[in-house]
Design a protein around this ligand. Structure first.
Ligand SMILES: Cc1cc2nc3c(=O)[nH]c(=O)nc-3n(C[C@H](O)[C@H](O)[C@H](O)COP(=O)(O)O)c2cc1C
Length: 324
């Protein structure tokens, strides 16, 4: 019996600007291994206002390919509840609260990682929210702190007061953004101090690192992967031990996936936005392949759809998979 296959659950991380419903549906058409996804954050609006455009991404009818949990970014319990109940009416039974976003404009507004030091406020927030959203479930995605990695400890005591579904911890501080390594020892210490179920998130970029984390935390069953899945879309299926395909088939799959993604975004975006979007993806996708700076540069320099498509075809001529 394969232990990995039976027990491990993989969650696609929210990556604002990348893992929207178009990406999630096309990704699932080509690659397997993810059990669910958390959608990129939806910010609340003041005075409990709701803009349906903001929740289109998580419409259940558009998310049949991969179960999705909406994520909310907010420091207003009232606005949070109003949006959560709207999502409940749409058919969602769980929402995730973002306590980790490190972006300066978010942190300055005391949201995301910027709210972490305000323990009493978080306590009052959860108290209000849990009274209002039942029977909805709530999970939290959090970093170790805003500036210091020990800011999370007083929060853990607060979290223990509430029936959270789980806590997803990305063991970096907000101030670190994505620099340095995910602090595995800090994750281990947090694990000892909470009664909640924990999800590990951070730097799972290959099977080797996943196995290291799995060995270190045998009780953790759920893992979240973000950038690693964009850099190697086969990673979730490798972790799940699904059968492998040949290098040629893998390259063809990657080509068709990227082409489908481009065509899907084409229906929604104007030329310059479309090319910019695809270049963003390519900063990750290129890692699937052996280095080919010249061909990658052509993609980055493309300005029109035609130039982009020619550059991508050029990139794939003789492309080889990287060794990860
Ligand atoms: C471009 C980008 C956008 C992100 N957007 C979100 C977001 O909307 N909500 C969130 O909770 N985390 C967001 N994150 C953080 C990721 O979900 C994840 O926690 C982080 O990338 C670490 O995991 P990884 O090493 O597997 O990528 C974002 C990260 C990146 C790089």
């Amino acid at each position: 019996m394969n232990i990995k296959q039976n027990k491990t659950e993989l969650i696609l991380a929210p990556l604002h600007g990348f893992t929207d419903v178009i990406f999630r549906s096309i990704f699932s058409k080509y690659f397997s291994g993810f059990d669910e996804a958390i959608a990129p954050f939806i910010s609340t609006m003041e005075h409990k206002r709701i803009n349906p455009v903001r929740t289109r991404d998580v419409l259940p009818a558009r998310n049949k390919h991969l179960p999705v949990t909406p994520q909310i970014l907010s420091n207003s319990p009232r606005d949070f509840v109003s949006l959560a109940l709207h999502l409940f009416d749409m058919g969602h039974s769980c929402v995730n609260w973002n306590l980790g976003c490190p972006q300066l404009k978010v942190v300055k507004k005391k949201k995301g990682a910027g709210l972490i030091p305000f323990v009493d406020e978080i306590d009052a927030f959860l108290d209000f929210v849990f009274n209002e959203i039942t029977p909805m479930k709530l999970s939290i995605k959090v970093r170790l702190g805003k500036k210091h990695p020990d800011e999370i400890y007083p929060l853990l005591m607060v979290f223990d007061k509430y029936p959270l579904k789980e806590i997803i911890l990305h063991p970096r501080t907000g101030a670190q953004f994505y620099t340095g390594d995910a602090d595995i020892e800090a994750f281990a210490s947090v694990l000892k101090e909470t009664n909640h179920k924990m999800v590990y998130n951070g730097d799972i970029i290959d099977e080797q690192f996943f196995l290291k984390i799995q060995k270190k935390f045998p009780l953790i069953k759920r893992f979240m992967i973000g950038r690693g899945a964009l850099e190697n879309p086969f990673l979730p299926s490798i972790i799940k031990n699904y059968s492998k395909i040949s290098e040629q088939e893998s390259i063809e799959k990657l080509f068709n996936f990227i082409d489908d993604l481009f065509n899907a975004y084409k229906e929604h975006k104007r030329d310059e936005k479309l090319i910019g979007k695809m270049k963003g993806f390519w900063t990750y996708f290129r890692k699937s392949f052996h280095k080919n700076e010249k061909a990658f540069k052509k993609i980055l320099l493309s300005q029109t759809e035609k130039e982009y498509e020619t550059a991508v075809k050029f990139f794939f001529v003789g492309a080889r998979l990287s060794d990860h």
